[in-house]
Design a protein around this ligand. Structure first.
Ligand code: KG4
Ligand code: ZN
Length: 344
C-alpha cells in the first residue's frame, strides 16, 4: 500500500519534470506512443502505472504499448545516460546484436539466464530456485547493519577489503624480497597464512556451482552469512576489517556463481552476444570478472551503470521496439492487465 501510494504521488511529478526537461511540455501530443510496464512486479503498483499511462494515451490520442519489465532490462543496453541516441532496428543487417544472444538478468526480484535465438524471442534456460541475487545482497547488507539498498553498500565495502588484501600482499612480497637469505628464513610470517586462516574461517559456500543445469540458489549463501555473524558474536562485536572481509567473501561467492553458470551457458549455446543487465549489473566486480571470463570472442554488453537499475528509459526502448514489431497488434486501451508474475 505504501509503494502504491508513492507511485500515485510521484508519477505526475515525474511526468511534468520529464516533459519540461525534454522541452515537450504544453504540447497537445508530446509523444507518438506511451509504453507502460504491466509485469512482473507488485500488482498494486503496476496498476497505478497502467491507469496513469492509459489516461495519458487517451488524452494525447496515441497508442499504449504494454511492456515486460525484464525485456526492458535486456534492451536497456541500447540506452544512454544523456542526450539523444538511436535505437538500432531490431532485425536485418543493421541489427546491432548477433544471435544467439544470452542475457544474464540480475535484479532484486530476478536472477535469470535467458536465451534469444530469434530477435526479441526469449527462452529462460536457468533461474534462481529461491532468492534473487540482488535480494541476497540486500539481506546480507541488513545483517551487516548497512543501509538499503544493500547492493552498492556491500560492493563498496567489499572493494575496500579487496584493496586492503592486495596492499598487504604487496607489502609482504616487498619485505620478503628485501630480507636476507632464502625465502622465509628472515622469520617473516606470510600474511597469506594469516588471511588463509581467516579466509577459511570466513569462507562461504558457492551454492549449485557444479549443478548440471543453469539454475542458481542464493538463500543458502545468505543463511551462511547469518550463521557466520552469529558465530562471531553478533554484528556489534565484529570489527570494521572483519566486516569488510565478510562483504568481500559474500560478493566473491555470489559473483562466482553468476559467472560460472553464464560461462557454461555461453559455451553450450554458442552465444555470440552476452547481455548482463538489471540492478546488480552495476556491480563493478561482476563487470570486471565477466569481461575476464568470456574473453574477446563474444560481444559483451552492459547498460550504463545508471541504467542498470530500474528506469523508465528501458521501458521506452522496449515499448518502441515492440511497437515497431507489432504495429497492428497494439491492444485496445482498457485491456491491459497488471500481471505480477509475468514471464519473458
Ligand atoms: O533492477 P533493479 O533496480 O530492481 C528490480 O527490478 O529488482 O535491481 C535492484 C537490485 C537491488 O537488490 C540492489 O541492491 C541491487 O540491484 N544492486 C546491486 C548494486 N547496485 C544495485 N547489487 C550489487 N552491486 C551493486 N553495485
Ligand atoms: Zn528491475
Amino acid at each position: 500500500m505504501l509503494a502504491k501510494r508513492e507511485h500515485k504521488k510521484n508519477l505526475p511529478i515525474i511526468l511534468e519534470a520529464s516533459l519540461k526537461q525534454a522541452k515537450l511540455d504544453g504540447k497537445k501530443k508530446p509523444v507518438d506512443a506511451v509504453a507502460v510496464t504491466y509485469g512482473p512486479g507488485l500488482e498494486m503498483c503496476l496498476w497505478e502505472g497502467i491507469l496513469f499511462a492509459q489516461d495519458l494515451a487517451k488524452k494525447w490520442k496515441v497508442p499504449l504499448i504494454p511492456t515486460n519489465h525484464m525485456e526492458g532490462h535486456v534492451l536497456s543496453v541500447f540506452g544512454k545516460d544523456k542526450g539523444t541516441f538511436k535505437i538500432p532496428p531490431p532485425t536485418g543487417r543493421q541489427a546491432k546484436l548477433k544471435t544467439p544472444i544470452l542475457s544474464l538478468l540480475v535484479s532484486g526480484g530476478h536472477t535469470q539466464l535467458v536465451l534469444t535465438k530469434k530477435w526479441m524471442d526469449y527462452e529462460i534456460i536457468g533461474e534462481t530456485l529461491d532468492d534473487a541475487v540482488g535480494e541476497a545482497f540486500d539481506k546480507v547488507a541488513r545483517m551487516l547493519d548497512l543501509p538499503y539498498p544493500g547492493g552498492p553498500q556491500i560492493s563498496a565495502l567489499a572493494e575496500k577489503g579487496r584493496i586492503k588484501n592486495k596492499l598487504e600482499k604487496k607489502q609482504f612480497l616487498r619485505s620478503v624480497s628485501q630480507a636476507d637469505g632464502p625465502r622465509g628464513s628472515a622469520g617473516l610470517a606470510s600474511p597469506d597464512s594469516d588471511s588463509a586462516k581467516s579466509a577459511s574461517f570466513l569462507a562461504l559456500p558457492r551454492p549449485m556451482l557444479h549443478s548440471k543445469d543453469f539454475n542458481f540458489s542464493f538463500s543458502g549463501l545468505k543463511t551462511a552469512v547469518l550463521y557466520l555473524v552469529r558465530d562471531l558474536g553478533g554484528i556489534e562485536k565484529i570489527d570494521k576489517k572483519t566486516k569488510s572481509q565478510i562483504a568481500l567473501e559474500f560478493e566473491n561467492a555470489a559473483i562466482e556463481c553468476l559467472i560460472h553458470k553464464t560461462k557454461k551457458a555461453v559455451e553450450k549455446y554458442g552465444a555470440k552476444t552476452l547481455v548482463v543487465a538489471g540492478g546488480v549489473a552495476a556491480n563493478k566486480h561482476l563487470r570486471n570478472e565477466m569481461k575476464k571470463a568470456v574473453g574477446k570472442k563474444i560481444k559483451l554488453l552492459f547498460p550504463t551503470r545508471e541504467l542498470s537499475g530500474d528506469n523508465s528509459l528501458m521501458i521506452g526502448i522496449a515499448g518502441y521496439l515492440n511497437y515497431i514489431k507489432n504495429k497492428k497488434k497494439v491492444p485496445k486501451p482498457g485491456t491491459i492487465k497488471a500481471t505480477g508474475n509475468l514471464r519473458l
